[in-house]
Design a protein around this ligand. Sequence first.
Ligand SMILES: [Zn+2]
Length: 126
Amino acid sequence: MHHPRDRGVTRRKMHEFSITQSMLSLALEKAGEAKANKITRINLIIGELSGVVAECVQFYFDYISKDTIASGASLSFETRPTKLRCQQCDKVFSPTNHEWLCPDCQQASIEIVSGRECYMESIEVE
Ligand SMILES: [Zn+2]
């Protein structure tokens, strides 16, 4: 039985676990297509706003890739910064603090251009 306060943490860990699972199966699929014997490196893009913790992905990856050709592959994480666009004047900017205000016209009506992404960019095989 879990204390109610633990639930958020558990959900977040499940999030990383399912991301790692789909990342691994995609990598294995690509390696199969390339008739590779071994996956040596997996390059991942993680947006600042995605909430994905690289250490968690690495931890799960080591565990679930054990009996696959991706075992021992190094994971490379590239963080993508948050980019916002002002809906008033179209300016694209990166927030410098927690207040998402346009630096030009001070409007708070913004849309997220990037920062929520989380995907596998490429793999390196042998
Ligand atoms: Zn603006």
